[in-house]
Design a protein around this ligand. Structure first.
Ligand SMILES: NC(=O)c1ccc[n+]([C@@H]2O[C@H](COP(=O)([O-])OP(=O)(O)OC[C@H]3O[C@@H](n4cnc5c(N)ncnc54)[C@H](OP(=O)(O)O)[C@@H]3O)[C@@H](O)[C@H]2O)c1
Length: 276
């Protein structure tokens, strides 16, 4: 895997995170190509790379022809044009990984032809190597290609294989859009902290550190989230009073409705893209 020729089409935020992640894992930088029509974007990527990382930079997507893995990291709205233009340059045994939101395998097959395709939904914390991704493979993907996809997405966090493509919508609702829910929750905590007399700066640091600490505890909790919550909730105490207030406001239903809305929107966007 470390010498596998990988080409990234689109050298923006997510491609940069993935390239930095796989290089940090020991992948040979010389076997990576990044393609982007924008010279400025390629320069920004170059400035983030370790000094000795001699990856190939190209303003021309034809540079992908030697790659065994092609990662499509462009915005969904340009995917049809980009994928169609790549078709003549992709050899039959090449694995194509798409990280574009809302672009289905059938749409990709329409533009790329019969190809090994992995569709992936990563999330923003990939930028700090704490991403969470769901992956779905079409029937052409071999075990070795699955390993390659796991390794690439695994370089920026955790990844999970899905049995059904439609589960990507649920992944989008939970982890794809998920970081924004935690930002919103922290914003609300900061507003409340200020109402209670703390400065914006202090309450913001407290909320962020509490979120990071809670995530670390949850990741390490052997008995699950509910058990952890019970452990920090003393009968008759302050936490219990706050959680009772959440329950009275039907917090769980609020969260569930929001995630169902996100999943429904993901499905809507897919059917719009499929019509392109
Ligand atoms: N960022 C996230 O949190 C996140 C999460 C999940 C999924 N995704 C998915 O990841 C994909 C990339 O997102 P991003 O945030 O990395 O976007 P981005 O920073 O805008 O990067 C996309 C890059 O592709 C370039 N590009 C445009 N047309 C191209 C072409 N014909 N050939 C090659 N490159 C081309 C763009 O150049 P210009 O800027 O000059 O157009 C840009 O540099 C999207 O499909 C998105 O749905 C992102």
């Amino acid at each position: 895997m470390n010498d596998l020729e990988i080409a990234f089409v689109g050298a923006g935020n997510m491609a940069t995170a993935l390239i930095l992640g796989i290089i940090a894992q020991g992948h040979n930088a010389a076997s990576i190509t990044a393609c982007d029509p924008s010279a400025e974007q390629l320069q920004r990527l170059k400035e983030k790379l370790p000094a000795q990382a001699n990856i190939a930079l190209s303003q021309n997507n034809a540079a992908i022809s030697a790659a065994r893995v092609v990662v499509l990291a462009v915005k969904p709205q340009v995917m049809s044009e980009v994928a169609s233009s790549l078709k003549p340059h992709i050899s039959p045994g090449t694995l194509v990984i798409s990280i574009a939101a809302g672009v289905t395998i059938s749409a990709l097959q329409k533009w790329l032809g019969e190809q090994s395709i992995v569709r992936c939904m990563p999330n923003m914390p990939a930028l700090v190597q704490l991403g969470a991704s769901g992956l779905y493979a079409n029937e052409n993907v071999t075990d070795r290609q699955r390993e390659a996809a796991t390794s690439i997405l695994g370089a920026v966090g955790t990844s999970y294989w899905l049995e059904r493509e439609k589960d990507i919508d649920a992944v989008t609702a939970v982890s794809g859009s998920g970081p924004a829910y935690f930002f919103l929750f922290m914003e609300a905590m900061v507003e409340a902290g200020e109402e209670l007399g703390l400065s914006a700066d202090v309450t913001s640091q407290l909320a962020i550190q509490t979120c990071a600490g809670a995530a670390k505890l949850a990741a390490d909790a052997p008995d699950g989230l509910a058990d952890l919550r019970k452990k920090v909730t003393s009968p008759g105490g302050t936490t219990e009073r706050a959680l009772d207030s959440f329950r009275l406001d039907d917090f769980n239903s609020i969260v569930k409705r929001a995630l169902h809305a996100a999943a429904a929107r993901a499905a809507e966007l897919e059917s719009m893209m499929d019509k392109n």
